[in-house]
Design a protein around this ligand. Structure first.
Ligand SMILES: *Cc1c(COP(=O)(O)O)cnc(C)c1O
Length: 401
């Protein structure tokens, strides 16, 4: 028996679908003295991140940055645009969509929830049909989760936009991109999204603590009549202050240093390359899952997530028992099944600052963990992922000059 040890060597494999590992470059960028957030040095940082973050959401409109988790940014989206009793159409893609709906109820809104079995993204046709019935335009907003982190299913936001337009309906479109931003292609302006909600700790590779609202002109106009109470979350004071590079209250200064670095890193790699890397890691992961003889939870290939893969456990085997085994033996953290699907699925995060070898290390941890937990699977998942990487070989580093 090995002696008890109070240290685990090597880097922990944080392979949950957020928070994600923070790259050294970002840790170093944040390792700075806190500065006066009303002083001249801050203004440069403020302008840099407020301009830079627009390129990640792909918008020319303002993006509000809160010192909050993603949940705060959800509340900001609703409270700045809606009034008590307003109808909102939401779609039950999974746990996070359900939480957003519960928040809408708590805020005094009247959400209508289109049900689903959690194994696909939102169906634009169902949204279109519901909006067409709403001849009086009682529905004030349509809210969808782009990447449903509890299930690994993606909603095609461009299609939802088309559905709203096809119904000729004036509802605002609000989208949660907390686990897709900077991992899966997203286009706030092109897709006509009114409020996009984001968070720092997933694709943006930062620690938790920043929430985002990307806005549209229509969303800004909606605030004028929106009567839900708001103060901390109010966009108007934020935007007024942000115009000069400052914030109305103390911002998360050191996270903003990290954000500036993250934005630079995303553009050095190229956003399209970042998305292609995530697609490649997701495909390798799904190949491993199938080689083990297990099932990818997301039923629709066109909805497969490039941020994470949820995996269905064989009947009679508890996902959390397996996760515990993998953590204890191989120091890899995997995502748990949330609410309705607790114990039935585990989730492999492959978003953020990952490369082929971290994915292979993760999959090796899963494959060995499954074996140790006595889950009946075939070997060869890691091999299937390696085969995919070698068949799709692309240089990970820029070639030498
Ligand atoms: C993580 C997550 C949230 C919650 O964000 P917090 O930062 O934990 O408040 C909401 N929606 C989705 C899709 C998420 O992945």
């Amino acid at each position: 028996m090995p002696q008890n040890s109070s240290r685990t060597a090597g880097r922990h494999f944080l392979q949950i679908p957020g928070p994600t590992p923070v790259p050294d470059r970002i840790l170093r960028a944040m390792d700075m003295p806190v500065i006066d957030h009303r002083g001249p040095d801050f203004q440069k940082l403020g302008r840099r991140v407020l301009d830079g973050i627009k390129t990640v959401f792909k918008t020319a409109s303002p993006v509000v940055i809160y010192p909050s988790s993603g949940t705060g940014a959800w509340e900001a989206a609703l409270s700045n645009t809606l009034s008590p009793g307003d109808k909102v159409l939401m779609y039950e893609t999974g746990h996070f969509a359900t939480l957003w709906k519960s928040m809408a109820v708590k805020l005094g809104l009247a959400p209508e929830f289109i049900p689903s079995d959690w194994r696909a993204g939102a169906d634009p046709a169902a949204i279109e049909a519901r909006l067409k019935e709403d001849k009086a335009h009682a529905i004030k907003a349509v809210c969808v989760v782009h990447n449903e982190t509890s299930t690994g299913c993606v909603t095609q936001v461009g299609e939802v936009r088309k559905a709203i337009d096809a119904a000729g309906h004036p509802a605002l479109l609000m989208v949660d991109t907390i686990s897709s931003l900077a991992s899966i292609d997203y286009r706030h302006d092109e897709w006509g999204v009114d409020v996009t909600v984001g968070g720092s700790q997933k694709g943006l590779m930062l620690p938790p603590g920043l929430g985002f609202n990307a806005l549209s002109g229509k969303a800004l106009a909606a605030t004028k009549d929106a009567r839900l109470p708001r103060s901390y979350w109010a966009w108007d004071e934020m935007i007024a202050s942000n115009k000069t590079g400052y914030f109305p209250y103390t911002p998360a200064t050191n996270l903003l240093y990290g954000l500036a670095e993250a934005i630079d890193m995303l553009h050095e790699e190229g956003l399209e390359n970042v998305f292609a890397r995530h697609d490649r890691h997701a495909e390798a992961t799904r190949r491993a899952v199938r080689a083990w003889g297990l099932e990818v939870w997301c039923r629709e290939p066109k909805h497969y997530s490039s941020s994470l893969t949820a995996v269905l456990m064989p009947a009679g085997h508890d996902a959390d028992q397996f996760r515990k085994t993998a953590l204890e033996h191989f120091d890899v953290s995997l995502g748990t099944g949330l609410s309705k699907i607790a114990g039935k699925v585990f989730r492999i995060g492959h978003l953020g600052d990952t490369n082929d070898l971290t994915i292979l290390g993760t999959l090796a941890g899963v494959e060995m963990g499954l074996a140790l937990a006595g889950v009946p699977v075939r070997k060869g998942g890691v091999q299937a992922a390696m085969d995919h990487f070698t068949a799709q070989a692309s240089p990970a580093r820029a070639a030498a000059e």
